[in-house]
Unconditional design. Structure first.
Lengths: 431, 350
């Protein structure tokens, strides 16, 4: 017994030491993650788990775009590296992989961290550590606070902005109809619902059904929505729940006019999910055909658009294993914005300098987006609007012209007239 | 080593105090020499240790299998998150509350568990592990649903200086909790309670003939291990600054049992090996999986397969866990040393 106790002491000590020797923490003094020839960012992504279908393509597409930029000389001679860590869309994993990226891998910044429930858990840590937290892959209104979170920047339109633009379309085109909203019960779904409520009269909204991310059925929600006799169904859902919701509606014989936020409509992803969940009974995007949605990038099937042509070229060269869909386009468009930011920050790169460059120049940038960014010292919200689209023959067709607004319920929605400029062939913007 | 061990005081209390004080100094020293990320991993290992030390007592000494300890950790974590985040409590009293609340929940679970044996006990505690974290989704108003409850990072006391790293402070707090659990268990296991436990494990009928109340002893063992799990869960909430259902999946309960078995069932030292394995194995397997240039879909699912292979290999090589393997190794070395020292004088005289 005595000896066992003593080995206990030794065991704990050795176990502690093993932990200690696990890594050689090279802490560089000034700006970690950047040298004269390279700059390293880290990303937390759902490579496995419920959000993986579709979303797992985003960061590899960004990486492919960086490879293209690196092959064209990089930014100020620096090659951009992206370390992608899987967090399985589980916030607890997000906390540990982001700590690992910052403390062990010494990344310059976190880029394109994906998800609302996940990324909200690391924002205060990243800001307290003064680590740039760029272009979060989520439209949560919670990124948009330059005063209290100076290092965090959103990228895609804030969900409330999306909700307002979709809500205005419902108000104009489906006036007097009963509207139901199916939403993920977190900042994503609640932000979208807030936008819908800012535009659609409260008397028209007959059902608001939340679901928890991770659930395996939407039968209770869809049954309640069907019972409310709504003829318009708005989905603030990630792709897998768009698919589960539509299969449930189909089983129950419920056929409303669908309105799906840009988050949950990518036709390739939803079509694939419909097929796999129904074990091959549903094929293609028939169940979501005709759905109204919104887009802030050109449709990936718009082969005449020069941005799509550039992304297609990068895709064929560096990311050919993935389908060329909205997720891949998203990853490359976001990557272009990072290149723009690095270019604006100049040759002597510091963490603060990069943040300052986005604050100062971001609102003027043109790129793959059809609307401008809401970037300033106080606004960190990403794209300022979107264009209404519809799923026709399995492809998203944008219509009516780009619209811009801000998240405040009272501020108006205005058309945006500036035409999109074509991309630089190297993928690297001139400053 | 054995000479040093022999010098430890014989009285249980003084002996445990000495061991814990030595470890506290050692861990404190280690934590100042390692990187911030390793401090964080030390904190992870410490909260795992607090849970494993209770579970190894329950499974190894009392003979009860629990697959529900992940859920008990959740109770501790949510108690701390609610008290610190919503009620503004300080961390220390919140951790005490986490221990008390989890122990109270352990009473009915433990009482029910004494009526069950083997796979039925595993099944019942398994249901507990699956069901309890789902309450967070059921009552999103209180428990924050899938989004969970966040708390502010702990603040190191000001006398440590303004630049004292947050991660080191987290490691200190978690190690302090783990050492308190170790102290309690060292005393319990070495004292009369430990003897009672082993008597009940080895033969329930004989134990009850000796006048031991088998059901009460087993319930008490379950409650103590639940309290340890509550402490571990509370420390987890403090280190991650988060209590969220995703932290307590069924896999957590299974990996806790894995940690106990891998470390060495029933051995408090084994709990330390188990905790180190639970922290280090996943990152090693992930690094290994990504060192082959495989397609993303393969490499992101490979770590789990490698993990399984390592477990199978370890169990074949060390059926009594890492601690058992080390003890066997030490025995063999000592026997070898004894043989040579026996032989040498003989040769000289001969």
């Amino acid at each position: 017994m005595k000896r066992t106790a003593f080995t206990a002491v030794v065991a704990i000590a050795v176990a502690g030491l093993i932990g200690a020797c696990g890594s050689s923490g090279t802490s560089s003094s000034k700006a970690p993650g950047v040298t004269a020839t390279s700059i390293t960012f880290g990303a937390h992504e759902p490579l496995t788990g419920p959000a993986a279908p579709g979303y797992s393509e985003i960061a590899p597409a960004s990486e492919a775009f960086f490879k293209y930029v690196n092959a064209h000389g990089g930014v100020f001679g620096r090659k951009i590296n992206l370390l992608i860590k899987d967090d399985a869309y589980n916030p607890t994993n997000t906390v540990s992989v982001v700590h690992q990226l910052v403390l062990q891998d010494n990344v310059f910044g976190i880029y394109e961290g994906l998800g609302t429930p996940t990324h909200t858990k690391v924002v205060s840590y990243l800001n307290a550590s003064k680590v740039p937290d760029l272009f979060v892959a989520s439209g949560c209104p919670c990124w948009d606070n330059g005063a209290s979170q100076p290092y965090t920047f959103g990228w895609q339109p804030n969900y409330t902005i999306e909700g307002k633009i979709l809500g205005q379309y419902i108000k104009q085109h489906f006036a007097g109809q009963k509207v139901a909203v199916l939403y993920q019960d977190d900042d994503f779904g609640q932000g979208g619902l807030a936008g819908i409520q800012a535009e659609v009269p409260a008397s028209s909204i007959v059902a608001k059904e939340p679901y928890q991310s991770g659930t395996t059925t939407l039968a209770p929600q869809i049954t309640a929505i069907k019972a409310s006799k709504a003829t318009v169904l708005v989905d603030f859902t990630v792709p897998i729940y768009t698919a589960i919701g539509q299969l449930t509606s189909f089983t129950l014989g419920y056929k409303p006019q669908l309105v799906i936020s840009s988050v949950g409509i990518d036709p390739t992803t939803v079509g694939g999910l419909l097929k796999s969940i129904s074990k091959g009974k549903a094929s293609g995007t028939g169940l979501i055909e005709g759905a109204i949605t919104d887009g802030y990038l050109p449709s990936p099937t718009d082969a005449a658009n020069p941005w799509i042509q550039l992304f297609q070229k990068v895709h064929d060269q560096y990311d050919a294993g993935a389908p060329f869909d909205g997720n891949v386009e998203y990853g490359m468009a976001s990557a272009y914005t990072l290149v723009q930011a690095l270019q604006a920050a100049g040759k002597n790169l510091t963490r603060q300098g990069l943040v300052d460059a986005i604050n100062a120049n971001g609102a003027k940038w043109s790129g793959p987006g059809i609307v401008p960014f809401r970037y300033s010292k106080t606004e960190h919200g990403g794209y300022a609007g979107a264009e209404i689209g519809q799923l026709r023959n399995g492809k998203i067709v944008l219509m009516g012209g780009p619209l811009t607004t801000d998240p405040s319920p009272s501020s108006p929605i205005t058309p945006y007239k500036t035409a999109q400029a074509p991309p630089p062939a190297s993928g690297i913007p001139t400053k | 080593v054995s000479a040093l061990a022999a010098r430890l005081p014989r009285a249980t209390l003084a002996r445990s105090l000495l061991i814990v004080a030595f470890l506290a100094v050692l861990l404190g020293l280690i934590s100042t020499f390692i990187s911030a990320y390793d401090d964080l991993r030390l904190a992870y290992a410490a909260y795992y240790f607090a849970v494993l030390v209770g579970l190894t007592m329950l499974t190894g000494l009392s003979g009860q299998i629990s697959l529900g300890h992940g859920a008990l950790m959740a109770v501790g974590a949510y108690t701390v998150a609610l008290l610190v985040g919503n009620e503004g409590w300080a961390l220390a009293p919140a951790l005490v509350a986490a221990v008390v609340v989890t122990a109270l929940i352990g009473v009915p679970v433990g009482a029910a568990a004494t009526r069950l044996r083997g796979p039925y006990l595993a099944g019942a505690t398994l249901a507990f592990a699956v069901g309890l974290p789902a309450l967070a989704d059921k009552y999103p108003g209180t428990f924050g649903g899938e989004n969970g409850l966040s708390i502010n990072p702990p603040v190191a006391p000001s006398f440590l200086g303004a630049n004292f790293p947050l991660e080191r402070w987290e490691a200190w707090v978690a190690c302090a909790g783990a050492l308190i659990a170790l102290f309690a268990l060292l005393n319990l296991v070495r004292g009369g309670f430990g003897r009672t436990l082993r008597a009940v494990r080895d033969n329930e009928i004989a134990a009850s003939l000796c006048g031991l109340r088998v059901a009460r002893v087993q319930t008490l063992a379950f409650v103590i291990s639940a309290a340890c799990a509550g402490l571990g869960g509370g420390l987890l909430a403090e280190v991650l600054q988060l209590a969220q259902p995703g932290a307590f999946p069924l896999q957590l309960s299974l990996s806790l049992l894995t940690g106990v078995v891998l470390g060495g069932l029933g051995s408090l030292a084994g709990a330390a090996w188990g905790a180190a394995a639970l922290v280090l194995l996943p990152s090693w397997t992930t690094d290994l999986a990504h060192s082959f240039s495989l397609p993303d879909k393969v490499s992101s699912n490979l770590p789990l397969a490698i993990y399984g292979l390592i477990l199978i290999g370890a169990m074949l090589a060390w059926p009594y866990g890492i601690q058992g393997g080390i003890q066997a190794l030490v025995r063999r070395l000592r026997r070898g040393a004894a043989r040579t020292s026996d032989n040498q004088p003989a040769r000289r005289t001969g």
